[in-house]
Design a protein around this ligand. Structure first.
Ligand SMILES: [Zn+2]
Length: 57
């Protein structure tokens, strides 16, 4: 049985290089999450961001 901890999936290096600004705009957060999902799976994309991306397309 394979039970992976969520913390096993964190790409620490990517997070070190890609800090989210504290007062990030929605566009910045969308861009961050798009890159994040490609590089790391420590946490899922929030529904709010998913919806915003859908609306942008
Ligand atoms: Zn992550």
């Amino acid at each position: 049985m394979h039970m992976k901890m969520l913390t096993d999936k964190i790409n620490k290096e990517w997070h070190e290089k890609n800090r989210m600004p504290k007062n990030a705009s929605l566009a910045q957060r969308i861009a961050w999450h798009k890159e994040h999902v490609r590089n790391c799976s420590c946490r899922p994309m929030p529904d709010k961001i998913k919806d915003a991306i859908k609306e942008a397309i």
